[in-house]
Design a protein around this ligand. Structure first.
Ligand code: NAP
Length: 302
């Protein structure tokens, strides 16, 4: 297939582009900054182009002749607002609407859309509410375009900004003051996420459906932070912060460019980020345990 991969320069996008290449597909990745996607050029059937994907006309041209569009564009910090901040509205809601319109005009037949576990119009965070609105926009596309939506829990793997961040913090600081230590996650391996996307391309049963993607085990945030410390060789004392202190910490961090935590992130963590009982991956895929992979990129060199 000839595939347009939006958000293909990022953590999940890079893994998915490699997987699509291995499966024999051609991948075209637009990016806001060419440098961010340059690493994809080592894939012989990948092309990279600097483009403003929010420009609907440009989007339509990018889709010309494509068999499928995959939208991975997403952000964790979109500002405050009701029902969601402006950044979330732009990236998670307006863009999917533009994608759907452009896909209709360009004659694309297949759309895979990345959402997030817990996406819900009544969720406590703008991130999750905007992801729900993005799903609704994607599903609003009329036939013959077939849509499949994916909702992963937190994704881990080489290049993640989750376990790797916790490992880095413990290398730098003697203690970790942790917001929402009891927040629950069911981390899923980035390769398993990519496998679910590529498997769905050829499966008619996935048309019009959404799939939760989770790993085999559930953890609290405190357990994950402690695990990242142990595996990276810097186990530190993890101190759970009371909610009020965590809110102040997040508020202060919002002033730092590239803030690692926002108040909206805290609200997202109020919702357990875990799959329904017995559900991990679709299409007969087997979920890979965190412990089988994380040491390969967190452990210090021997
Ligand atoms: N990582 C996780 O644990 C996780 C869990 C659940 C859901 N998700 C979802 O999975 C998707 C990919 O996540 P990721 O971790 O791979 O993110 P990432 O590494 O931050 O990559 C995000 C991608 O989105 C593009 N992008 C960001 N903001 C944009 C904007 N305003 N306009 C156009 N493009 C924009 C970036 O492209 P350029 O900078 O190249 O333009 C980049 O390729 C997101 O939708 C995210 O919400 C991720």
């Amino acid at each position: 297939m000839n595939i347009l991969l939006l958000g293909g320069s990022g953590f999940i996008g890079t893994c998915l582009a490699e997987r699509l290449y291995k499966d024999g597909h051609d991948v075209h990745v637009p990016t806001r900054r060419y440098e961010r996607a340059r690493h994809l050029l080592m894939l012989p059937t990948a092309t990279v182009e600097e483009a403003d994907v929010h420009d609907e006309h440009r989007l339509e041209l990018l889709m010309d002749g494509k068999d499928a569009v995959i939208n991975l564009v997403g952000i964790l910090k979109g500002g405050e607002g009701s029902p969601y901040g402006r950044g979330f509205a732009w990236a998670h809601v307006e863009l999917p609407k533009k994608i759907v319109r452009a896909a209709q005009r360009a004659g694309v037949r297949r759309l895979l859309h990345m959402s997030a576990l817990g996406a819900d119009a009544r969720a406590p965070s703008g991130y999750l509410r905007s992801k729900a609105a993005g799903e609704a926009a994607a599903f609003a596309v009329p036939p013959p375009i077939a849509v499949t939506v994916f909702r992963p829990s937190v994704v881990f793997g080489r290049g993640d900004s989750f376990l790797a961040l916790f490992a880095r913090l413990q290398k730098l600081f003697p203690i970790v003051p942790l917001a929402c230590p009891r927040a629950r996650f069911q981390p899923v391996w980035v390769e398993d996420v990519a496998a679910a996307f590529t498997a769905s391309l050829a499966r008619q049963e996935s048309w019009g459906r959404s799939y939760e993607l989770c790993g085999p085990h559930r953890y609290t945030l405190r357990q994950l932070v402690a695990y990242a410390g142990r595996v990276s060789g810097h186990p530190r004392l993890v101190i759970g912060l009371p909610d009020a202190v965590a809110r102040l910490q997040a508020m202060a961090m919002e002033f730092i460019p590239g803030a690692p935590l926002t108040r909206d992130n805290l609200r997202s963590m109020q919702v357990p980020n875990i799959c329904e009982d017995g559900c991990t991956l679709p299409f007969g895929l087997t979920a890979t345990p965190l412990e089988a992979v994380a040491p390969t990129y967190l452990a210090p060199p021997a």
